[in-house]
Design a protein. Structure first.
Ligand SMILES: Nc1nc2c(ncn2[C@@H]2O[C@H](COP(=O)(O)OP(=O)(O)O)[C@@H](O)[C@H]2O)c(=O)[nH]1
Ligand SMILES: [Mg+2]
Length: 335
């Protein structure tokens, strides 16, 4: 049996091998992924992002547990975790406490945890993450939790990859202002204030609430490409269609608020499906992935044809101001 078939049949060893092949972007990985791709498109991809130390890893652990053991009578979901955070306890540098947190997940066949090193060229991380998520999707994991550090372009790419994005904040980090700078609020479907046992929760909540109101102007929407003020009736319809990001509080250490968060994630998924938003995000996701792949492929092919010395000598000319960067591009592309 081919590796891809074994993965679809639920073989965990095959899955682990497949993930390595895909993560390292090997030719075999690519061709196995081609086989898997028709079996993807069912999983709910959930991004968890935020500054280091806000409790993302703890929350991901607890969320995985909550999806495995729902208290609202819904059936348990199969959960995959992709930890892109290099400092993640999943990626080897585990402290004892982290191992204890993971204890309840170990040995559960409905859970698979994979950490990814953040090596690779610009954009490579997101690209491989998308591929790794596809492997889990084809293997029948219904929820895929992707943990990323909230800094820079990386997590915006991950947000584009996910159906639902959870932004995690914690009181007292003084990063409320940074959050807007990074445009993180714009990507949040659910805002979580973790460490709600710490002082300063109300302050953080107030700051976030104020920002949310600034970030999402209501009533005025694009209507046939023009800004329009909605009538009352339209407003009602629009309100049903538009998901307003909201704030939830959790104490990941004790699992408090986590079942509610898992429910909110499921509701967001249902909301997207009900309103055709799921399809729209699918389109955006795959469009972004395709564009990323085309860019990477073109650059790789171009790199193969232009020797390093040529590149360096043209770079030197730019440094000396003999030619402009645009002229350099023309030269480099005609090689
Ligand atoms: N007081 C408190 N500490 C927490 C909570 N959640 C996580 N922590 C602690 O915060 C630290 C960072 O957590 P971690 O999950 O590694 O954060 P990450 O860097 O965002 O992944 C760890 O020492 C956790 O034990 C919480 O709800 N309350
Ligand atoms: Mg972490």
């Amino acid at each position: 049996m081919k590796l891809a078939e074994q993965v679809i049949a639920g073989d965990r060893l095959a899955l682990a091998r497949m993930l390595s092949l895909v993560e390292n972007d090997t030719p075999q990985g690519r061709s196995e992924l081609d086989e898997l791709f028709p079996h993807t498109g069912r999983a709910h991809l959930v991004g968890i992002t935020g500054a280091p130390g806000t409790g993302k890893s703890s929350l991901v652990n607890q969320l995985a547990y909550a999806f495995r053991h729902p208290i609202d009578g819904s059936s348990p979901l199969r959960v995959a975790v992709i930890a892109v955070d290099p400092s993640s306890p999943f990626s080897g540098g585990a402290l004892l406490g982290d191992r204890v947190r993971m204890r309840d997940l170990v040995g559960d066949p409905g859970v698979f945890i994979r950490s990814m090193a953040s090596r690779g060229a610009l954009g490579g991380l997101a690209r491989n993450t998308a591929a790794v998520a596809q492997v889990f999707d084809a293997a029948g994991f219904e929820i895929i939790l992707i943990e990323t550090v909230g800094a820079g372009q990386g997590e915006v790419d991950i947000a584009r990859l996910a159906h639902t994005t959870i932004v995690v904040e914690a009181p007292g980090l003084g990063d409320d202002i940074q959050a807007i700078k990074a445009g993180i609020l714009e990507i949040a479907d659910i805002l979580v204030i973790n460490k709600a046992d710490r002082p300063g929760v109300e302050q953080t909540e107030r700051a976030l609430r104020a920002m949310l109101e600034l970030a999402k102007p209501e009533r005025i929407v694009m209507h046939h490409g023009r800004l329009a003020v909605l009538s009352y009736q339209e407003e009602e319809n629009e309100a049903a269609r538009v998901w307003k990001p909201f704030i939830m509080k959790t104490i990941a250490l004790r699992g408090e608020g986590v079942q509610e968060l898992a429910q909110a994630v499921r509701e967001h998924g249902e909301h997207l499906r009900r309103n055709g938003e799921w399809q729209r995000r699918e389109l955006e996701r795959l469009d972004a992935e395709l564009q990323g792949l085309v860019q990477a492929e073109l650059v790789a092919r171009w790199r193969e044809r232009v020797p390093e010395e040529t590149y360096q000598s043209i770079l030197q000319q730019v440094i000396k101001r003999t030619i402009s960067p645009y002229q350099a591009v023309v030269k480099l592309l005609e090689k």
